[in-house]
Write a protein that binds this ligand. Structure first.
Ligand SMILES: [Zn+2]
Length: 407
């Protein structure tokens, strides 16, 4: 029988085992992470378990058909992380998997996966295991060059856990029979709490455009340069920072100027260069493109007004990933069955579900409310009653999805 209270108790146990007074310490490719994997294996004793070539951990309940429902999450955390980010998905998924196994042979195969290194906390490379399985892990050369803060290379660190970078993409075969993918996650934002709703359905993950925008003016003496004769790079950057609020609102997305580095960076000089890091996100590709276009137009205008130059360099981008419409419906129904009301929202952060969806497997996510919208901190929290509801909703959704896959 499904026991959502057990999920909460197990999450507390995991936190006790792998966290300290600063929060969760299950950073991927560390002994604590392995300890968490072994702990999880112990909880699912009797269900077939294997590690794939990327050290994703899989449990399988064979069904009448090889077509497979996959439920996923990640046990790794950021350093000083929260007790729920990623681990809720796996521990709640294990509860659902146990319930399905108890009920006898399901019509389709059901698998739980704990993806390796979702957070990328140690090497700055998120979604390691899910990208290996999903097929987007392309640039092995770039991965080979990565080092952690202590100078240990990524191949060395993963090699210590039996993973060979050249063979990691062998994980792809794990998704060969996958017909649907479900992931429960804490929201990590304030939307559901502000609406007083425990659960929501995720429509997809935002596309991201990340750029370095550099304004170049002229350094000159802060005392002797009249205000109307300055070529102040920061003045132009500041105007763009404010304009982003309008651009985001018009585009229905979010824009963040997360960093501005000024040079020469002294109080006695007008700013010569302002290097701005700009992050723009939207659920719709054409709106993301037009937000970027608007920012470029605005930057050019402000540069002209302030008599400075501006140039753009793309750092990184990813297209929006939209989840499966039919699974979104099923998720809505499951949440309404459990709580009465559902809500649909996009995800700002990326998740393993995005990699699976990109691989062409029908995918949906459930979000459960985060208190104060906080995550990646030990302050991350969700009401226990909401955690229990989330396990029930995932369970209801798993049953609906099994019926959908076997139809
Ligand atoms: Zn996560």
């Amino acid at each position: 029988m499904l026991d959502p209270k057990r999920t909460v108790a197990e999450l507390r146990e995991l936190q006790e085992l792998t966290g300290d007074e600063d929060g969760a310490q299950r950073v991927a490719w560390t002994d604590t992470w392995v300890e968490a994997q072994e702990w999880m294996a112990g909880k699912l004793d009797g269900i077939e378990m294997e590690f794939d070539e990327a050290r994703n951990q899989w449990w399988t309940v064979p069904g009448e058909s090889e077509r497979t429902l996959v439920i996923g999450g990640h046990l790794d955390s950021v350093p000083n992380g929260g007790w729920l980010d990623g681990s809720l998905n796996v521990v709640a998924g294990s509860e659902v998997l146990r319930r399905i196994a108890e009920d006898g042979r399901p019509p389709v195969t059901v698998r739980l996966v704990s993806w390796a290194d979702e957070e990328g906390a140690r090497f700055g490379r998120s979604l390691f295991g899910s990208s290996a399985a999903g097929g987007s892990m392309a640039d092995q050369h770039e991965l080979r060059e990565r080092k952690d803060a202590d100078g240990t290379s990524l191949p060395e660190a993963i090699g210590a856990h039996g993973v060979d970078l050249d063979r990691a993409t062998g994980a792809r075969r794990q998704l060969e029979n996958a017909a649907a993918y479900l992931e429960l996650h804490i929201e990590q934002g304030p939307v559901l709490e502000s609406m007083d709703l425990p659960l929501g359905v995720v429509l997809g993950t935002f596309g991201v455009e990340r750029h370095l925008v550099t304004f170049r003016g002229q350094a000159s003496h802060a005392g002797s340069t009249p205000m109307d004769q300055r070529r102040d790079a920061l003045a132009a950057a500041g105007l763009l920072a404010l304009e982003l609020y309008d651009i985001a609102e018009r585009g229905g997305g979010v824009c963040t100027m997360g960093s501005v580095v000024t040079k020469p960076g002294i109080v006695t000089s007008v700013v010569e260069t302002a290097e701005c890091l700009l992050d723009q996100r939207n659920l719709e590709a054409d709106r993301l493109a037009s937000m970027l276009e608007s920012a470029k137009t605005a930057a050019a205008r402000f540069a002209e007004e302030r008599n400075v130059e501006v140039d753009w360099e793309r750092i990184w981008n990813i297209e929006p990933i939209l989840f499966d419409e039919e699974l979104i419906e099923l998720a809505d129904e499951s949440i309404r069955e459990v709580t009465g009301t559902s809500h649909r929202l996009p995800s700002g952060p990326l998740h393993d579900a995005a990699e699976v969806s990109r691989a062409g497997i029908p995918t949906v996510m459930l979000f459960v409310q985060s208190l104060r919208g906080l995550s990646h901190t030990k302050l991350e929290d969700t009401k226990e009653e909401h955690l229990e509801l989330s396990v029930q909703a995932l369970d209801r959704l798993a049953d609906r999805t099994i019926a959908w896959v076997s139809a």
